[in-house]
Design a protein around this ligand. Sequence first.
Ligand code: ADP
Length: 535
Amino acid sequence: MPQLPKHITDSAFQECMVELEAIVSKEWVMTGQSDLQSYRDDYGIFWGHSELEPKPSAAVAPASTDEVQAVVRILNKYQLPCWTISTGKNLGYGGAAPLKNGMITIDLKRMNRIIEVNEKHAYAIVEPGVSYFDLFNYIRDKGYKLWMSCPSPGWGSIIGNTSEHGVGYTPYGDHYGNQCGLEVVLPDGDLLRTGMGAMPDTKTWGTFKYGFGPHIDGMFTQSNLGIVTRMGIWLMPEPPTFMTGWAMMDGIDDFATMIEATRDLRQQDIITNMATVFPGMMDATYRPESGEPLRELIAGRGSPMDLIKILKEHNLGFWTNRMAFYGLSNAVKEKYEYMMDHYLAHNPKTRFKFDTYSAPYDFRKMDAGAKLQAGVPNLGEWTVMGWTEDSDAHAFFSPIIPFTGEAAQEHVDVFNEIFTRHGRGPYIGSIALFNTTRTCMITIPLPVRKGDHEFNRVSQDLFLDLVQASTERGWGDYRAPTFAMDTIMDTYSFNNHALRRFHERIKDTLDPNGIFSPGKNGIWPERYRDTRVII
Ligand code: ADP
């Protein structure tokens, strides 16, 4: 018998399973050990830990919105908590696993219909099981002149990524910012459409976000108030010209210069896509030796000059800003030239390497980074994550810091001390993402070794120290792995946790039995509130 939530008896659980089978068929109610393997987080810090690893007691896979509603009503009857996934990839943030042992996974992979792709108005409406690969292939098959934005890797679902505020690399890289219209099953099984979708014969669900009255779509992202069964997402009309490349600086300390130099360009819409600053050794073109010289450096061998030399031989900088320009060819050229002047003013030794493509596009000719900036999904071959330590996976800490060189440098100094204290130094900076014109998000992959609890414990301690140092400086995490959700929500504590108290008041009203993803993003229904764990 799987581990069940405390108040659920074995017989009630069995009865519930029988009722669920009547809705989705026996095949799609999974309770066996082997069936449930795929609902563990293979990349989680607690994988294989007898007490701490969260595993579901069952998984149920409905095939339609009607079935989701029926499933939800049954879960209410038995007061059984669930955890919803779309495709369950969620790399570095918890994967397919629930927050706590015993929750029932609602797996929406069978709901994989592309409801509409509208070329004229450049949007798509999709179900949760639709992956970025699915939508990309559909658009190409139809010959639509539309580009998507996708994360790397693009194996997950559009709804899963967007609802977690995930990012892509095109001008539409702020995925939630480009979401328009939701269909949501509420905790009592009721069905809601937001925005213009609330009007039965709407003609503009995919084009106007706000509808009438309070705009509530955000209540269903990073949230446990609903199960999203449809989402509208804006697509980018194919640009006539696409220019993509690298601005490179060779100094180890140039991270802050890069960030300072990028801010104005991003704010002025010279760079319109989600440009990304990262160490040259993470670039896929450098994959064969992935990170060896840096590891040597960490081990106290090798010299920084060797690494810089090797990177130069690969035509890479120590720090790289991978960016792109889109639009009419003259406008693209003008932006490119303006960008070069701007970087050279900050660092006269900045080097540039760019390629230009025009419609009709042959994506096969592009390198992995260019493809991503053109919204072509890949399996993560753009960057190499394992450059700091030998590891199997990562847990991400991603604070939002002010978009200044000064803040960037401060974060390097403070985090370097913490990394070094935990025996994981040096920390020289990490991946900086600019998914909106004013955002500087530093994404730090903390290494995870499968089943190595001691090693992962250090990563967890390191994570917590980074959170504390960030909170003291007013830098907040934008998204958290499940193990840290309470901890991160606890840092958003203005006025005695007014935000969390607000969320929990709504939670108790809409979900009195506390069945939808209890504890997600630190929001607990009353029944389980005493299980909140601030680590
Ligand atoms: P992906 O496979 O795209 O990376 P997941 O399916 O793993 O994303 O979803 C990531 C997280 O987003 C889940 O853990 C869950 O908390 C939330 N989520 C995913 N799909 C839905 C949905 N349809 N409705 C509500 N929340 C969802």
